[in-house]
Design a protein around this ligand. Structure first.
Ligand code: MMA
Ligand code: CA
Length: 213
């Protein structure tokens, strides 16, 4: 069963089944009196089963599926609008950066790599992992905001000198500081400096936690 949480001012929880039952009951009551609704793509917002024939202005009957479609589409549009406003608030307050499809955020805490990764995963994300120049800049923004070096979601593999994303896949973008990486297996994590360049570094130091979602 699907549950939808709707916005303030509306019934808060509707189950899909009670939705169907209500709609079916309305259909039975009104069915005989109404004309058949012509297919009208791009129909404006309509609640319930009653639509209006665009040409003749006559009331008409929407199919049950069309009516549910319109309701769900309205909910989707409203949710998108609300989410984008919330994103605006968070960005305005310097709480998040948005880059492509990624959302970046820090809790402002400096901890070792594993603890930082744990916090990010607990929140449903992972450690910020720059995969191109634009993402590197967005992470750098947060590094500068806190003026603290941050661990990145990159680690050295068993093969010394080979750095991979946390999921084990190969890097497709790097921003090593000149002469880095130089740890030769003794520095398995990667930190971002306040100029955006990278240094391989031991994993047990306290570095700013930046997560991506
Ligand atoms: C430190 C340490 C290394 C880094 C060098 C750069 C001395 O070691 O941060 O990871 O490569 O500095 O000089
Ligand atoms: Ca190094």
């Amino acid at each position: 069963m699907f549950h939808f949480t709707l916005g303030a001012g509306r019934a808060t929880m509707l189950s899909y089944t009670s939705y169907l039952l209500t709609a079916a009951a309305a259909l039975l009551v009104t069915c005989h009196a109404l004309c058949k609704c012509p297919g009208t793509p791009g129909l404006p917002a309509v609640t319930g089963l009653l639509g209006r024939d665009g040409l003749r202005g006559q009331p008409c009957l929407l199919s049950l599926m069309d009516s549910l479609d319109i309701e769900l589409n309205n909910d989707l549009v409203n949710l998108r609008h609300r989410i984008s406003r919330l994103e605006g608030v968070l960005a305005l307050n310097g709480k998040i950066r948005e880059v492509g499809d990624k959302i970046l955020a820090s809790n402002g805490k400096e901890v070792d790599f594993e603890s930082g990764l744990g916090s990010c995963e607990e929140a449903g994300g992972t450690v910020a992992t720059p995969m191109n120049e634009e993402e590197n800049k967005a992470i750098l923004d947060i590094v500068k905001q806190y003026n603290r070096y941050a661990y990145l979601g990159i680690k050295e593999s068993e093969t010394s000198g080979q750095f991979l994303y946390i999921d084990g896949t190969a890097l497709n973008y790097t921003k090593w500081h000149p002469h880095e990486p130089n740890g030769k297996g003794a520095e398995k994590c990667v930190e971002m400096y306040t100029d955006g360049s990278w240094n391989d570094k031991k994993c047990n130091l306290r570095r700013l936690t930046i997560c991506e979602f």
